[in-house]
Design a protein around this ligand. Structure first.
Ligand SMILES: Cc1ncc(COP(=O)(O)O)c(C=O)c1O
Length: 424
């Protein structure tokens, strides 16, 4: 499949738009997708690898009495090997789940329930994803002591980073587990996981890392990072939704977990349930492609992100970067998060009709909340609401970036004009 076919195939063809902003004269299909931290389209090469496992090769990987089962199990084994090799572990250390939410729950609740007698304290960070914070909240309701550490505040070169001294000081004799994400899903900050895990290891504390936004985008090796448990998922890396994995370190002693789901005893009894064979095959293919293309994709996305940021700074007075400057602190290449002062945040997002971005806020239908990550960085509630997260991905083009700059600037100017008229 050629690049242009791949691109066409993986984009929603809704409305065509002739973008004539010099020097481009191209057709864009609208809305353009710049929310690749939320999810990514399945790469057509991944879909191609998965398709036979829905129809001809549909066996249950747990069926041992016939060739349909053997064929499915062989595909799972091969995918498990590939996924394990891509993060530097053994295939026996991979537990397939339904996604990173389940992996995080299994890690946190699994350790807490298994090792309750050894300790009663867990440490994490205020800027973690809800898939870590909510299971911790549940554990706290059951009597576990949870410490959430703060991060460096906005304005500092290391905004969003955890201070090592704080981790060291927070670990107590009854601390069971520390959980820190590798890449933040809103501001793309990369934490110094090796240093944090070394501190945990020295004190005999289990270390879990939510690497959902990092795997496939930056090099991830469980031994270099020094993690005991690590969560990741397929749908952030151009794989299918509904499949993820938890790395569980084996050895003497390995990490012991209490399962969340009981049943047929699949995945060494840690995650019962019929394996999602097409999903697992797609997960492995997606990871294989990400690793092969990582250097080129990383620099292409960094260049596009710079183009977007330069364009926004030129077109929108007072736009402010949320999170650290990437020339000073490591940050995911496809991430840009910025605040647009003097606009109403809700109106901003509602008016971004042709550019699919996120406000960085976790919304439930009944309760739109401002982003807890930006608030934890010290942003005011107004600025938090007036912030946009742009997530660039494999299929993002320079023309789309230029369109996003023009569309965002036009929206911000219109809203600022409206609010100045309202206050006159
Ligand atoms: C950092 C992080 N952790 C966990 C998750 C949840 O992943 P999944 O959708 O696979 O359950 C996400 C998804 O948004 C994420 O960004």
């Amino acid at each position: 499949m050629s690049d242009s076919e791949m691109h066409a195939c993986s984009r929603r063809m809704t409305r065509a738009f002739r973008f004539t902003h010099a020097p481009y004269k191209v057709m864009l299909s609208l809305p353009i997708y710049l929310d690749n931290h939320a999810t990514t389209p399945v790469d057509p090469r991944v879909l191609e690898a998965m398709l036979p496992y829905f129809t001809q090769k549909f066996g249950n990987a747990g069926s041992t009495s016939h060739s349909f089962g053997h064929e499915a199990k062989a595909a799972v084994d091969q995918s498990r090997e590939l996924i394990a090799a891509s993060i530097g572990c053994s295939s026996r250390e991979i537990v397939f789940t339904s996604g990173a939410t389940e992996s995080n729950n299994l890690a946190l609740r699994g350790v807490a329930e298994r090792s309750r007698r050894r300790g009663n304290h867990i440490i994490s960070v205020t800027t973690e994803h809800k898939a870590v914070l909510d299971p911790l909240r549940r554990l706290a309701r059951k009597g576990l002591d949870v410490t959430l550490l703060p991060v460096e505040q906005a304005g500092s070169a290391s905004a969003g980073l955890l201070k090592m001294e704080q981790v060291e000081q927070a670990i107590r004799s009854d601390t069971l587990l520390v959980s820190v994400m590798l890449a933040n899903n809103e501001v793309g900050i990369l934490q110094d996981i090796s240093a944090i895990s070394a501190c945990c290891k020295a004190k005999g504390v289990i270390f879990h890392c939510d690497a959902t936004q990092a795997v496939g985008k930056v090099p991830v090796d469980v031994h270099t990072l020094g993690v005991d448990l690590m969560s990741f998922t397929a749908h952030k890396i151009y794989g299918p939704k509904g499949v993820g994995a938890l790395y569980v370190r084996r050895g003497s002693p390995g990490v012991r977990l209490e399962p969340l789901i009981d049943g047929g005893g699949q995945e060494g009894g840690l995650r019962s349930g019929t394996l999602n064979v097409p999903g697992i095959v797609g997960f492995a293919k997606a990871l294989e492609l990400c690793l092969a293309e990582m250097p080129a994709e990383g620099s292409r996305l960094s260049e596009l992100r710079q183009r977007l940021w330069d364009g926004l700074k030129k077109e929108v007075p007072d736009v402010a970067l949320n999170g650290p400057d990437w020339s000073k602190s490591p940050r995911l290449p496809g991430n840009l998060n910025c605040a647009f002062p003097f606009v109403d945040g809700e109106a901003l997002l509602m008016n971004m009709k042709d550019v699919a971005v996120s406000s960085g806020s976790a919304c439930t239908s009944a309760n739109p909340e401002p982003s807890h990550v930006l608030r934890a960085l010290g942003l005011s509630e107004d600025l938090t609401r007036a912030s946009l997260r742009f997530g660039l991905g494999r299929f993002t083009t320079a023309e789309e970036i230029d369109f996003a700059i023009t569309a965002t600037a036009a929206t911000v100017h219109r809203l600022r004009k409206l609010s100045s008229m309202a206050s006159e």
